[in-house]
Design a protein around this ligand. Structure first.
Ligand SMILES: NC(=O)c1ccc[n+]([C@@H]2O[C@H](COP(=O)([O-])OP(=O)(O)OC[C@H]3O[C@@H](n4cnc5c(N)ncnc54)[C@H](OP(=O)(O)O)[C@@H]3O)[C@@H](O)[C@H]2O)c1
Length: 233
């Protein structure tokens, strides 16, 4: 039986915002944490601010070469991954709506927010399969809930709606492998993305992801949660 000290997590976009708070929370629970950023320097700078066993690596979730390179780099350092937190995300909608948004912006959001998490699961599957308690958390958004789609936030809403769809499909595909996966909404959080008016701290935004990654019952899979409770897709 592995102790918690032996457990290891990877958090995409772990260098700032909610991802940094998730990394901090997992380290406080004695997990080893791999934080990724698009820039190795930023990942290293963030790692210096964290207490515990941290590995900093470069990873762009929109770029398969970068994902494959990260797997290769980690191959020399780790033999197993217990937790994958697909937290990295973009919110590119500015002065656009569903009638005016161009293909480039739609591509950009879908690539980072939806295809990135799917490709991360595919690429890290061999390492996740080596864990006896593998868990994946996709950091989605209330904007991806069917009831809360907004025509003024087109690429972000669509990409998070599709991410929630990917969570359902991945849960089906991963069930027989004993890997659980869920989507979460962190609420409106004070970060570079959320802005300074947001009511929640990054730590509050990180709570449900940390709980699902560590203590939540393993029979919760393929669901969408906020504040540790299942909500409607
Ligand atoms: N803040 C909110 O109110 C809120 C609400 C609902 C959902 N969320 C979701 O929560 C997650 C984290 O958001 P946040 O508020 O912490 O945002 P943030 O402060 O803007 O941080 C975004 C993170 O994503 C990383 N990232 C962006 N594009 C990437 C890419 N192509 N490859 C790898 N990493 C990439 C960034 O890394 P770099 O430093 O390399 O750019 C950064 O670490 C996102 O998925 C977001 O959609 C946030």
């Amino acid at each position: 039986m592995k102790s918690i000290q032996d457990k290891r997590a990877l958090v995409t976009g772990g260098n700032r915002g909610i991802g940094f708070a998730i990394a901090q929370g997992l380290l406080a629970k004695d997990y080893e944490v791999i934080i990724t950023s698009r820039s190795l320097e930023n990942a290293k700078l963030a790692a210096e601010k964290l207490q515990g066993k941290v590995i900093a690596i470069e990873l762009d979730v929109t770029d398969d070469r970068s994902i494959n390179q990260a797997v290769k780099t980690l191959h020399h350092k780790i033999d197993r991954l217990d937790i994958l937190i697909n937290n990295a995300g973009v919110y590119p909608d500015k002065d656009v709506n569903i009638l005016t948004i161009d293909r480039e912006l739609l591509d950009f959001a879908m690539n980072a927010n939806t295809f990135g998490p799917i490709r991360m699961v595919q690429a890290f599957l061999p390492l996740l399969e080596k864990s006896s308690d593998a868990r994946v958390v996709n950091v989605s958004s209330g904007y991806g809930a069917l009831a809360d789609l907004s025509d003024d936030v087109p690429s972000y809403c669509l990409s998070k709606l599709a991410l929630n769809g990917a969570t359902i499909m991945l849960a089906q595909a991963l069930h027989s492998k004993g890997i659980v996966i869920n989507s979460i909404c962190p609420g409106w959080v004070k970060t570079d993305m959320g802005g300074s008016s947001a009511p929640r701290s990054p730590e509050q935004g990180a709570d449900t992801a940390i709980w699902l990654a560590t203590d939540a019952p393993r029979n919760i899979s393929g669901k969408f949660l906020r504040d540790r409770k299942v909500i409607s897709f």
